[in-house]
Design a binder for this molecule. Sequence first.
Ligand code: PD2
Ligand code: ZN
Length: 285
Amino acid sequence: MSTQIATPELKQWIVEQARAGHPPEAVLKAMTNSGWDDDLALATLEQTLDTHLTRLKRQVAAAPAKRVPLPEPDLTGSPCELVVQDTTVRVVANMRNPRVVVFAGLLSHEECDQLVELARPRMARSETVDVATGGSEVNSARTSRGMFFARGEFDVIARVEARIAALLNWPVENGEGVQVLHYLPGAEYKPHYDYFDPAQAGTPTILKRGGQRVGTVVMYLNTPERGGGTTFPDVDLEVAPVKGHAVFFSYDSPHPSTRTLHGGAPVLAGEKWVATKWMRAGRFD
Ligand code: PD2
Ligand code: ZN
């Protein structure tokens, strides 16, 4: 019977019925009323909707979330230097996907030394956010020691925070407190994402304060003798940890498609100090 061929038009009609909210039973009835065999109509309906759902799933995976405003330096006209308040910051590297920018001279050597000395007495084994509960926990992937400053806790902290806010056009109020990490030889931070995994049970609790993380600035407070670069395995990029330099990266959705998987490579000789500033989508009060 010619009416029993699943033409592209028929398949499109089935999808349109589903989109319009008509229950499958009604669509099935319409098909049998127009001469379709019951079993064949059911099989055609099932297969058409199945194919449609598979296509939708693929689309969602490819474009996981809506685009959101992000911290971003103004690099219009490809400047080599940006004058930010009292500091001239140099642009060393600029990558679009993943969004990564490497800066030189974000911190003066004196500011680096000050941050290390203020952090030193407060260092403890690093913890990461416990995604199951929203609390924090010691993590074997992170063999550094660390501490957090409160936002604006010292003059030098407030100055650096204001500079980062101006450089990246992102409010100071959306920043978490600066974290300082110290790595000895052999210590590393295995590759991870800085955003909070939406699939984890503790994430909704974490997001209540400030929403998702959307950007990271890792500032190098000293230059290790060897090793200790910040790696981006998806794009085989390694940023050298040079005193006063910083690597900035942003992520417009909490998804691996941002290619912002990154890690701290093992320190091979000497020590490594970094200060990390994470930026949230909203106010982090
Ligand atoms: O110390 C680093 O290079 C590093 C690497 C990856 C720091 C962080 N992540 C971080 O603080 O999130
Ligand atoms: Zn990280």
